[in-house]
Design a protein around this ligand. Structure first.
Ligand SMILES: *Cc1c(COP(=O)(O)O)cnc(C)c1O
Length: 400
C-alpha cells in the first residue's frame, strides 16, 4: 500500500490543509498538520484547549468563525475532526465521547425501525451488545455473519438491509475481510459499507479508498494511543452523508469534550511511528509463539498460513500490533494472563504499554452463549512499544 494520503478540503470552520502545489503529502505530515494551523491570534503551534461552552455574537447571528455553542462545534474538536477526515481520506470527520457513541449516532442516522443490518460474527462485544440490546428492541434487525465468506454475506442480504458492518482485523480472532469486495456486494444490495478501523488505524489501512462509505473508530485505542482518553470517531467518504451524521452528532449530543479532543489530537501525531513499532514488536512475538511447544495456535494475519493473509497483505501496510493465541485449555490460558509482569492484565488495547487479557472472561464475557462466543483457551495481546527483548522474556516466563 502506498505511503500517501489524499488531503481533503477543510470542513466546517476548520482550515483544511492545502498540499503544496497539489502534491500529495505523506501520512505523518498530514497527521501532524491537518486542521492544526498555528493559532491565528497567538501563533501557538498546537491548537489550544478551547474549554468553553458558548461564544460572543457580534449582533444576533454574527458568529466569529462559525462557533455558537460547543455541542454544535468547538475549535479544538474541529481541529481533531479535520485531522481525522484527512488521515482517513474522507470528506467529513466527527469526534464523539466514545467509540460506542459514534456507532450509535451512525446507526440512528442511517437506520429506521424495520431496517436490517449485517454485522461480523466476531464483532467487538460492545458493538454486538449495541445491536442486540439497543438497536433490536428499537426495531432494527441484525444478523451476525462470517464476513470472510462473501457468499455467506450475499445470502444474508435483504431488501431492507441498510448497513454491512465490517471489522478487519476482527477482535479478538483477527479474522480478515476483503473491504473492496464487500463494498461492491453491499452497494449492489443498496446498503452502505461501514468499516470499524480501530484495530488497523488509518496508518495501516484506509477503507474509504477501497470503497467503504463510513469508517468508525474507537479513538480510545491506537489513535489516542496512551490509555488516557475515551473517544470515538466517524469519517464519511462523501459530504452529504457527513452532513447527515453531523446533524445526528449535534442532535444526540455525545460529542468529544475539548480536553479529550486535544489528547486524541496529540496522540494522532505519533500514530505512524507508534504503529511501526507495534507491528515490528508483534512480528517478533509471533515468531516466538509459533515455535513455543505449549502454544496450540497463533492467530495473526501476518502469518502466511492465516486464511486472510493474502487479503491483509493487499489492503494493509503491515499486520498490526494485536496477537491472539490458543493454549491447551481455559485453565492454562487464564494462568498465562495472570503470570505476565510487563504485559499488564487489562481490557482495552492500542496503548503504548503492552496488555494481556482473557477474552472469554473479560472483553467478550457478554458474548457468552451468543453466536459471538469466543474460545475459552484464547489469550489476546495488545503488543506495546517497549523493548521487544523485555516483552519476549516476560511472555517466555509466563508460558513456562
Ligand atoms: C473498544 C472498541 C470499540 C468501542 O469503543 P469505546 O471507545 O470503548 O466506546 C469499538 N470497536 C472496537 C473494535 C473496539 O476495540
Amino acid at each position: 500500500m502506498d505511503n500517501e494520503v489524499q488531503t481533503t478540503r477543510g470542513q466546517g470552520t476548520g482550515d483544511g490543509r492545502e498540499a503544496n502545489g497539489g502534491r500529495r503529502q505523506g501520512f505523518d505530515t498530514v497527521a501532524l498538520h491537518a486542521g492544526q494551523e498555528p493559532d491565528p491570534t497567538t501563533g501557538a503551534v498546537v491548537p489550544p484547549i478551547y474549554q468553553v461552552s458558548t461564544y460572543k455574537q457580534d449582533g444576533i447571528g454574527g458568529l466569529r468563525g462559525g462557533y455558537e455553542y460547543s455541542r454544535s462545534a468547538n475549535p479544538t474538536r474541529t481541529a481533531l475532526e479535520v485531522c481525522l477526515a484527512e488521515t482517513e481520506g474522507g470528506a467529513r470527520g466527527l469526534a464523539f465521547a466514545s467509540g460506542l457513541a459514534a456507532e450509535d449516532a451512525l446507526l440512528r442516522a442511517v437506520c429506521r425501525p424495520g431496517d436490517h443490518v449485517v454485522i461480523p460474527n466476531d464483532a467487538y462485544g460492545g458493538t454486538y451488545r449495541l445491536f442486540a440490546k439497543v438497536a433490536e428492541p428499537w426495531g432494527v434487525a441484525f444478523d451476525p455473519v462470517a464476513l470472510g465468506d462473501v457468499d455467506a454475506l450475499r445470502g444474508s442480504l435483504r431488501g431492507d438491509t441498510k448497513i454491512v458492518w465490517v471489522e478487519t482485523p476482527t477482535n479478538p480472532l483477527l479474522g480478515i475481510a476483503d473491504i473492496a469486495t464487500l463494498a461492491q456486494v453491499a452497494h449492489d444490495a443498496g446498503a452502505l459499507l461501514v468499516v470499524d478501523n480501530t484495530f488497523a488505524s488509518p496508518y495501516l489501512q484506509r477503507p474509504l479508498e477501497l470503497g467503504a462509505d463510513v469508517v468508525v473508530h474507537s479513538t480510545t485505542k491506537y489513535i489516542g494511543g496512551h490509555s488516557d482518553v475515551i473517544g470515538g470517531a466517524l469519517v464519511a467518504a462523501d459530504a452529504e452523508l457527513g452532513e447527515r451524521l453531523a446533524f445526528h452528532q449535534n442532535a444526540m449530543g455525545a460529542v468529544a469534550g475539548p480536553f479529550d479532543a486535544w489528547l486524541t489530537l496529540r496522540g494522532i501525531k505519533t500514530l505512524g511511528v507508534r504503529m511501526d513499532r507495534h507491528c515490528a514488536n508483534a512480528e517478533r512475538i509471533v515468531e516466538m509463539l509459533v515455535r513455543h511447544p505449549s502454544v496450540r495456535d497463533v492467530l495473526y494475519p501476518g502469518l502466511p498460513g492465516h486464511p486472510g493473509h493474502d487479503i491483509a497483505a493487499k489492503q494493509m501496510r503491515a499486520f498490526g500490533g494485536m496477537v491472539s493465541f490458543r493454549m491447551e485449555s481455559e485453565e492454562v490460558a487464564v494462568r498465562v494472563c495472570e503470570r505476565t509482569e510487563l504485559f499488564t492484565l487489562g481490557e482495552s488495547l492500542g496503548g503504548v504499554e503492552s496488555l494481556i487479557e482473557h477474552p472469554g472472561r473479560m472483553t467478550h464475557a457478554s458474548a457468552a452463549g451468543s453466536p459471538l462466543e469466543v474460545p475459552a483457551d484464547l489469550v489476546r495481546l495488545s503488543v506495546g512499544i517497549e523493548d521487544v527483548d523485555d516483552l519476549l522474556h516476560d511472555l517466555d516466563r509466563a508460558l513456562a
